[in-house]
Design a protein around this ligand. Structure first.
Ligand SMILES: Cc1cc2nc3c(=O)[nH]c(=O)nc-3n(C[C@H](O)[C@H](O)[C@H](O)COP(=O)(O)O)c2cc1C
Length: 408
């Protein structure tokens, strides 16, 4: 049993999870090393791979197989599939089940043209009957849970997620993951908690997992409280803060024994019943401290070691160039580090960069070795917990990584 004990267990169909916190699929990031980093810190109930093309898996494309690379410590694992051909999605699900994967997630939220053009991703939200038939074919073909991940809808005039969720429940999905934004919204604006709540109210018994901008334990708590969802899924918040799962779980447990007893029930949590007694706004929950600088450095180095183990030194270091700056976001002044780390080719080079940076950073510390207050990064606040501010001064707090997935 994990150090978190029994209290935060939740069920996903036949699968029992040790926590109601999930790592969202993040194409290009949620690879084996990152999942292992998150799991070693603790608190996460289920990790999901990047999205994988079902056809590529069936064709045994080596790149698709690299995306599902796993090991015993990387468990339980869900693989996210995309595709629109029912037979291919079914066969890929069966293939994954035979390889020991714990759950299959279906991508219905991806707004990227390449995926929508073949009828996958968010295009699936627009064709209820066809999508439900595809999902039924998959759910009937495997014993492991099949889940679906969607946005609230195509745009504000087409908030199809509640109807789709209901249809998919009838088709046999074990849970719904919902990002509280529309396809049109991209990553802009505020996550719509009321929209997530409508999805929770639309289904009968399956859990709904809320998603979007959960970057602090308090944000997870607010999402649970205000939407009635059973769990939360965290994506970008985990990039620079892989400790978020552990801290959130500790926070939620300190907040509410009501939540825990609901989650330990033998019955699957019902979505339309509150799963916990919330304490948002009552300041009753403890907020575990943020990790220290040395802990951040320790985990970042471990992450690089795992990248090298899985991808080899050259590719691992090259890939790590885009990972290290996420850790640095909470280092305080970090431009010296970011400038150099994007040039590393080897582990030795990385450690040189790090040592030089640690020396350079000393000028910002006080006698106790802590960052002087004026150099500390500002506290993170989720979009749905911020005071409204004029559009002219608005700045996105969790950046979306550059690249072809800018509009996920
Ligand atoms: C770089 C990046 C890659 C993503 N890749 C996927 C993906 O492969 N499949 C998917 O369903 N969602 C993907 N998403 C969406 C996330 O899973 C998540 O729904 C979204 O980022 C909102 O959650 P967050 O605010 O916690 O990041 C991606 C998002 C980003 C920023």
């Amino acid at each position: 049993m994990s150090e978190f004990g029994l209290n935060s267990i939740m069920r996903l169909g036949p699968l029992t999870l040790e926590s109601n916190l999930f790592l969202s699929p993040l194409a290009g990031y949620t690879n084996l090393p990152f999942r292992l980093v998150v799991r070693e810190i603790g608190g996460v109930g289920l990790c999901t791979t990047d999205l994988v093309n079902a056809r590529s898996l069936l064709e045994k494309n080596p790149r698709a197989f690299k995306l599902i690379e796993t090991c015993p410590a990387d468990s339980p694992l869900a693989v996210q599939l995309f595709g629109s051909v029912p037979e291919e999605m079914r066969d890929a699900a069966q293939m994954l089940e035979s390889r020991g994967v714990a759950a299959i997630d279906i991508n219905m939220g991806c707004p990227v043209r390449k995926v929508c053009n073949i009828g996958g991703g968010s295009a699936m939200m627009t064709e209820l009957d066809k999508t439900a038939a595809l999902v039924r074919g998959m759910a009937d073909a495997v014993k492991i849970p099949v889940t679906a991940k969607m946005r609230l809808g195509w745009d504000d005039d087409n908030l199809t997620a509640p109807d789709l969720a209901r249809a998919l429940e009838d088709a046999g999905v074990a849970a719904i993951f919902v990002h509280g934004r529309t396809r049109e919204q991209g990553f802009g604006g505020t996550v719509n908690l009321a929209g997530i709540r409508k999805v929770v109210e639309a289904v009968k018994t399956i859990p709904v997992i809320g998603n979007g901008d959960v970057i602090t334990p308090q944000a997870a708590e607010k999402m649970l409280d205000e939407t009635g969802c059973t769990g939360v899924s965290i994506g970008r918040g985990a990039f620079y803060d892989p400790w978020i799962f552990k801290r959130t779980l500790q926070h939620l447990r300190s907040c509410s024994s009501g939540r825990q007893s609901a989650l330990t029930s033998n019955q699957p949590a019902r979505n339309n019943e509150p799963t916990h007694v919330g304490c948002y706004g009552k300041n009753s929950g403890e907020l575990p401290p943020e990790p220290s600088f040395s802990e951040r450095v320790r985990v970042m180095c471990r992450h690089l070691d795992l990248m090298i183990e899985v991808f080899g030194e050259e590719l691992g270091c090259r890939m790590f160039r885009k990972v290290a700056p996420w850790y640095a976001k909470r280092f305080g002044p970090c431009h010296e580090f970011n400038k150099k780390v994007v040039q590393i080719h080897t582990r030795v080079e990385f450690h040189d960069v790090l040592e030089n940076y640690i020396r350079w950073r000393r000028q910002f510390l006080d006698e106790a070795g802590e960052l002087q207050p004026r150099f500390r990064p500002p506290p993170m606040v989720a979009s749905f917990m911020r005071e409204p501010e004029p559009a002219s001064t608005r700045r996105e707090q969790i950046p979306v990584p550059k690249g072809p997935v800018e509009v996920w």
